[in-house]
Each structure stands twice: as structure tokens, then as C-alpha cells.
Design a protein around this ligand. Structure first.
Ligand SMILES: *Cc1c(COP(=O)(O)O)cnc(C)c1O
Length: 382
């Protein structure tokens, strides 16, 4: 029995959008104030709401997550080398490039696909200033093991939590680990401000430094204190954030149900492993990712990715290619394939499935049926 393809394309995600009436109310307030950027009332309100939502004391807003990470790294005064993961979005390592820091790639754990703490120590040199971990797909890194290594060698710990908005680890909000953590509020993230981002941090004194860095280093009408850049979140973005944040709990609920439908259907499919199998409070519901084992599934991840397109289902290969494969890093000793064997294996196998609250249970069920059908037919046809 054949299954019909979807009438409309099903993409991997859809942005969480506020009700237009509510957004218009926000806009009316902005128009009335005639203040559209440079730390206006909407910025101040969003800052407070996010501090509360993320349970952190210190937070700074930015025009996007990448600039938040770059300026966060600058504010900590990092230099030399930083140990990081190849299994991430390009922005993580490009932030190091912009700070003149050499990334040192470390292999990942096979189950979480996060930085493998047992492989960090041999990579530490006199030039190492920090460890930069990524909570990939919202799975928290082994933050305790990473902190122990950092303490032993006096290194800073920075996290890219672009996928981990609202995640807790052992009952503690994810932003409370490490010296500094970046969140992205890009349209594709669970919580969005169209484009936007933030860093949360331990040291209160970084607040002023970050405020200067994101506004050209200007500290007064006639005073420029340091060389900064423009990385401010504007008032329209902040207004968007205020409205979208109200929708996050319901969106998380919807995604948790979708996740359950996927899990119930896919957990026993030969050659399929679910990567993002977490408890609710530890889940960001940012992505739903599976791993395809060709030997048992009967086809490769790439073949499945292509096959699903015939049914109008558009999946993504997060994260392929690995950052260590970028042309400009090929002179670095840490990019050698044999040193990053887990990352290389996983990059060939992972597949992000459509995951957003607007997806109906029938649609999710149908996506699962199609995957099962493809897998079964593989064996019938041979
Ligand atoms: C989205 C993302 C970023 C970049 O954030 P922007 O807000 O788009 O600049 C960085 N790291 C990871 C892991 C991401 O997924």
C-alpha cells in the first residue's frame, strides 16, 4: 500500500509568531514613545522578563546570537586557543575566528553528540584560554566534568545554548553553568525576536563591558572608551520577544506531544535511534533528531533525506558538514579525521525531522508512517 505525499511542503520548522493584534498593540506603544532603538522601554522589559524566565541575574541583549557570542568572548578577554566541538552550527567557531582565537577541535560523545570531557585534557596547551561547549539539540553538555577540567587548568567555560532555551540540568537552569552562556533568538529557534540573542554570565562587572562593546564603546556624549561594534537589539525586535515569550510555554507543550508521537512510532524502527530523548525539564524542544544506521535501516541518511522529499517532507542534516572540515581550518592539527571519529560518523547519520507546534498529530503520524514504509520497502525490493 502506497502512502500519498503531503499536499503542501512540510519544512523542518516554522517560526513562532505572535497574534497580530497583540503585536500591533506593542507597535502602537513604540510609535507613541518615538523611541525605536538604543535601550528603550521594550528592551528593558524584555531584559527583565528573560532574566526571570531563564532564572539568571545577569543578562545582556544583542542583535543576534553570533554577535552575542563574539562580544561575550571578547568581554572575558579570551585569547590564544579555545577547545570546542566540530559538531555545531558554523557560528560557534566563526565567533572564535572573529576574536582572533584558534579553535582546537575535540571529539564528541556518541550519545549526546556534545563535547566529550574525557578527550579535552590532552588538547590543553599553554595557549588554551577556555572551553567552548555547545548544548547540541538542547541536550546539556556534561557541565560538571567540563567545569572540573576548567578549574584544574584555570580556564574559562563558555556555552553556546542556541538550542537550549529554558533547559534545566539537574534541576538548575542551564544558564547558571559556566562563566558565560549565549542564547540565540533567531526565527528558527523556539523563542525568537526575528533576529536576536543574549548572553547570561556570572561576573556582574561584565554588564558594563558588554553594554559598551555592543554600542561602539560609547560611554558618554563625548566619550568613546573602547573599540566596539553595533550589536544592539532594536525596540521592534524586543516587542516581538515580549509577545513570543508569552507563547513559549504552550509551544513547549505542543512540541512535547509531537515528540511523544515521534518516539512511540520510531523507537522500534530498525536502524533508527532517537537522539533527543530527554526528560521534560531538560528538553528545549528545539529539534527532533534521529540517527540512521544504514546497516539496519537499509539505506543511508542521505538516501532517506532525498526519499522524504518525494513525499514533500524536507528534513535537515544538522550538523553536516562538520566545522572542522571548513577549508580555512585545514592547516590545524586538531582537524584530523582520526581524532574526530565519533563526530565524523554522526555527521553522516543525523537527520532533523519537522518539529514545530503547528504540526498536527496526524501529520506527525503520517511522517512516521512514511519513514516506516520506506524502511520496510527497502527490504522487500532488496
Ligand atoms: C542559531 C545558532 C547560532 C547562531 O545564532 P544567530 O542568532 O542566528 O546568530 C549559533 N549556534 C548555534 C548552535 C545555533 O543553532
Amino acid at each position: 500500500m502506497a502512502i500519498n505525499k503531503f499536499k503542501e511542503p512540510i519544512l523542518v520548522t516554522r517560526p513562532l509568531l505572535p497574534n497580530l493584534v497583540d503585536f500591533n498593540q506593542q507597535l502602537q506603544e513604540i510609535w507613541k514613545s518615538q523611541w525605536i532603538t538604543n535601550n528603550g522601554n521594550k528592551n528593558k522589559e524584555l531584559l527583565e522578563n528573560l532574566k526571570q524566565y531563564l532564572s539568571v541575574n545577569h543578562l545582556s541583549l544583542f542583535s543576534n546570537g553570533t554577535l552575542a557570542l563574539i562580544l561575550g568572548i571578547k568581554s572575558l578577554g579570551l585569547s590564544g586557543e579555545v577547545i570546542t566541538t566540530p559538531f555545531t552550527f558554523p557560528a560557534t567557531v566563526q565567533a572564535l575566528d572573529w576574536c582572533g582565537i584558534t579553535p582546537v577541535f575535540c571529539d564528541v560523545e556518541p550519545d549526546t553528540l556534545n563535547l566529550d570531557p574525557s578527550k579535552i585534557e590532552p588538547l590543553i596547551t599553554e595557549r588554551t584560554s577556555a572551553i567552548l561547549g555547545v548544548h547540541v539539540f538542547g541536550n546539556p553538555c556534561d557541565v560538571e566534568a567540563i567545569q572540573n577540567i576548567a578549574d584544574k587548568y584555570h580556564l574559562k567555560v563558555v556555552y553556546d545554548a542556541a538550542h537550549a532555551f529554558g533547559v534545566e540540568y539537574k534541576g538548575k537552569p542551564i544558564g547558571q553553568y559556566g562563566d558565560l552562556t549565549m542564547f540565540s533568538f533567531h526565527a528558527t529557534k523556539l523563542f525568537n525576536t526575528v533576529e536576536g540573542g543574549a548572553v547570561v554570565f556570572k561576573d556582574r562587572l561584565l554588564t558594563r563591558k558588554l553594554d559598551l562593546l555592543k554600542n561602539f564603546g560609547i560611554s558618554g556624549p563625548e566619550k568613546v572608551e573602547l573599540s566596539g561594534i553595533n550589536a544592539k537589539l532594536n525596540e521592534l525586535q524586543a516587542a516581538m520577544g515580549l509577545e513570543v515569550l508569552k507563547l513559549v510555554p504552550e509551544e513547549r507543550d505542543k512540541r512535547s506531544h509531537i515528540k511523544r508521537v515521534y518516539e512511540e512510532n520510531l523507537q522500534y524502527v530498525p536502524g533508527v535511534r532517537i537522539i533527543t530523548k530527554l526528560e521534560r525539564q531538560e528538553n528545549s524542544y528545539q529539534h527532533f533528531v534521529i540517527e540512521i544506521d544504514e546497516q539496519y535501516f537499509g539505506m543511508t541518511r542521505d538516501q532517506l533525506h532525498e526519499k522524504l522529499k518525494e513525499y514533500n517532507i524536507f528534513t535537515r542534516k544538522y550538523f553536516y558538514p562538520l566545522c572542522s572540515d571548513f577549508s580555512w581550518y585545514q592547516h590545524l592539527p586538531s582537524v584530523k579525521k582520526e581524532l574526530l571519529s565519533v563526530a565524523h560518523e554522526k555527521a553522516e547519520r543525523v537527520l532533523s525531522l519537522p518539529f514545530y507546534g503547528g504540526l498536527s498529530h496526524e501529520d506527525v503520524q503520517k511522517i512516521c508512517d512514511i519513514i516506516k514504509f520506506i524502511q520496510l520497502r527497502q527490504y522487500k525490493v532488496g
